[in-house]
Design a protein around this ligand. Structure first.
Ligand code: AMP
Ligand code: ZN
Ligand code: FE
Ligand code: FE
Length: 290
């Protein structure tokens, strides 16, 4: 068990260029140290390939790294993001599910590129691949980066508000597991499931309280409450539901480097919440300095 200083600053949700962040995992960790954080969770979408570099950088920079994954799920057409902390990275069912999601992300992005190119947008799939690190888990932000490079939109955010939104004619969904099933799978891999930004209504339709109750029954441990996409009433709702379901509350930046305005440490997680998460984890060990 690690001992955390009483004033430890903890940000449990960040992305590197192994998914749609813009920095190498080691750079994310170095930025975390610079931002005065003691602990970060590295939670790339559907991939664990950033963990090794984050471990090395964490040891160098004195940052404790909680290895994680933001698992893409789908519930009745709504995209649900499930953070998985400390799962066994060799667990076969989990790996199979993640690899199915990533390969479907590839084909889905190719289809979106085709639809956009057919309407005259300056984009090819090769260019999308150029914007991403090798073996990255590809997403719409990589299309956004190509459109920004060609001056079609000033930033990812404007591209998402337009052609990349989930109700755009160019939108294509990708394979993603049901959230209750994903919860069970993460628990079976020794990981700790925490639902990310569940009530972020600015992103579109959100899940029901009943789904969170079902996920809690399936072994979900926590709810991300403090996240910039939650307004004050959404935070209050998430916190009250967490109390009712006896779930741990977390907070995070959801840092994406230059890909989003989110700043490291803009929301943080209390030490008691991290301790409760660590107590439940049996899949793998902590990384970085500990
Ligand atoms: P995808 O997983 O390919 O469907 O893309 C969704 C991901 O894009 C989310 O998980 C966010 O990380 C990112 N994203 C969503 N909205 C925006 C935005 N407005 N600006 C930048 N990135 C965004
Ligand atoms: Zn992302
Ligand atoms: Fe997310
Ligand atoms: Fe995220």
């Amino acid at each position: 068990m690690v001992t955390l200083a009483p004033a430890a600053r903890i940000d449990l949700h960040t992305h590197s260029w192994c998914s749609d962040g813009t920095e190498a995992p080691g750079v994310v960790v170095a930025q975390a140290a610079k931002a005065g954080l003691d602990v970060i969770g590295l939670t790339d979408h559907d991939v664990v390939s950033g963990w090794a570099q984050a471990d090395a950088a964490g040891r160098e920079q004195g940052v404790l790294v909680v290895p994680g994954i933001e698992v893409s799920c789908n519930w009745r057409g709504i995209s649900v993001h499930l953070l998985a902390y400390l799962p066994d990275p060799h667990d076969e069912p989990l790996l199979a599910e993640l690899s199915a999601s990533r390969s479907s992300r590839d084909t889905r992005l190719q289809r979106m590129v085709k639809l956009l190119a057919a309407d005259g947008y300056p984009i090819t799939y090769d260019e999308v691949l150029e914007m991403a690190a090798a073996q990255a888990s590809l997403g719409r932000p990589h299309i956004a980066d190509v459109l920004v490079r060609h001056g079609v939109f000033p930033s990812r955010d404007e591209a998402f508000a337009d052609v990349l939104s989930s109700d755009s004619r160019y939108y294509v969904a990708h394979h993603a597991p049901d959230p209750v099933h994903a919860t069970e799978m993460i628990v079976a891999a020794g990981g700790v499931p925490v639902i990310a930004h569940p009530f972020a209504s600015k992103r579109g339709k959100v899940v029901s309280d009943d789904l969170l109750a079902d996920m809690a029954d399936a072994g979900m441990v926590g709810v991300e409450v403090d996240h910039r996409d939650h307004g004050p009433s959404e935070r209050a709702h998430a916190a009250a539901l967490a109390d009712r379901l006896r779930l741990v509350q977390t907070g995070s930046s959801d840092y994406h480097g230059a890909g989003k305005p989110n700043r490291l440490g803009e929301n943080t997680t209390r030490i008691a919440s991290l301790e409760a998460i660590l107590e439940r984890a049996t899949g793998t060990g902590l990384l970085g300095a500990h």
